[in-house]
Design a protein around this ligand. Structure first.
Ligand code: NAD
Length: 294
């Protein structure tokens, strides 16, 4: 199938390349010309705009930073809906506010365009090896129709409910990941400060109840003081802000999320918004005077 792919950043680039490897053709677009050139070098064709991409394909995938980017790329000037014919399918794989997914879907439906929200978890490594966890909202029948395409990029794709349910699920994921990283940073700072080697602590506890995918991925980064993204602090602030807005709208307070969001805001203010979210360790270094790494 020929698939449109818009948004070729850390995640979109490897996802588009996996679709190419699986035998699909790709027409792609990004405002960053270097990212387009990279995917074109792997066999994709460049579109001139989001509208141009949409006019050439039956399915468009978007992988953009946040709600305003998705609204502008789909609903705005030279956007997907300008180029779309009736029957086009839009799969938005960005992590955005569930309410924004619902707004975009409504505008799509008025033009006869069907839409799924299908955000992902797993980060760049799983985007590269095609083993993302994909959480999907929208019509069940459309999900079934698109499942094979999703499973080129992911190891799992679960239908979570109507449009927006994929992004509600992703917000839960991001709350759990943020709090887990903060817990690892807090505990590993404690052991370093108390004079115990964090590497030995990691080996001792990773197979027990405290062990987690987050700890396996992020504790080694903290111990190496390697905060190259990965997943940027600024994108995680965006997710926690969306989680808090959504939670407040349904009357579900998020006291722990609020604390970790403020830690991330501190890092942003200190100029570390482009670091990986494992840089929560920097917050603890600031308040304890001790770094986890040597
Ligand atoms: P990124 O910033 O690396 O990539 C975003 C891309 O969108 C960039 O190439 C940018 O140029 C492009 N873009 C922005 N505005 C555009 C426009 N108007 N038209 C066309 N292209 C435009 O971000 P990313 O890390 O790839 O994340 C993308 C989404 O995936 C985000 O919602 C993020 O929260 C989510 N996500 C990221 C990770 C991760 O580990 N990086 C993991 C899971 C989910």
């Amino acid at each position: 199938m020929t698939i449109g792919f818009i948004g070729l950043g850390i995640m979109g680039k490897p996802m588009a390349k996996n679709l190419l490897k699986a035998g699909h053709s790709i027409v792609c677009y990004d405002v960053n010309a270097a990212n387009v050139a990279d995917v074109v070098a792997s066999g994709a064709v460049a579109g001139k705009s989001s509208a141009d991409v949409a006019s050439q394909v039956p399915v468009v995938i978007t992988m953009l930073p946040n709600s305003p980017h998705v609204k502008s790329v789909v609903l705005g000037k030279d956007g997907v809906l300008e180029g779309a014919s009736e029957g086009l399918i839009l799969i938005d794989m960005s992590s955005i506010a569930p309410l924004a997914s619902q707004e975009v879907e409504k505008a799509c439906a008025e033009k006869g365009v069907r839409m799924l929200d299908a955000p992902v978890s797993g980060g760049e490594p799983k985007a590269i090896d095609g083993s993302l966890a994909i959480m999907v909202g929208g019509e069940k029948a459309l999900f079934e129709e698109m499942k094979d395409i999703l499973l080129v990029m992911g190891a799992s794709a679960v239908h979570c409910g109507p449009i927006g349910a994929g992004n509600t699920t992703k917000l839960a994921n991001q709350v759990i990941v943020a709090l887990n990283i903060a817990a690892v940073a807090e505990a590993f700072t404690l052991v370093r400060k108390a004079g115990v080697d964090p590497h030995l602590v990691f080996d001792a506890i990773k197979g027990g109840l405290a062990g987690s995918t987050v700890m396996n991925a992020k504790a080694p980064m903290m111990m190496d003081s390697n905060f190259k993204p990965g997943f940027k602090i600024d994108l995680h602030i965006k997710d926690l802000a969306n989680a808090m807005d959504t939670a407040h709208s349904v009357g579900s307070p998020l006291p722990l999320t609020a604390s970790v969001r403020e830690m991330m805001e501190t890092l942003h203010a200190d100029g570390f918004g482009g670091d990986d979210h494992s840089a929560l360790a920097r917050f603890y270094a600031k308040v304890s005077g001790t770094t986890i790494g040597e």
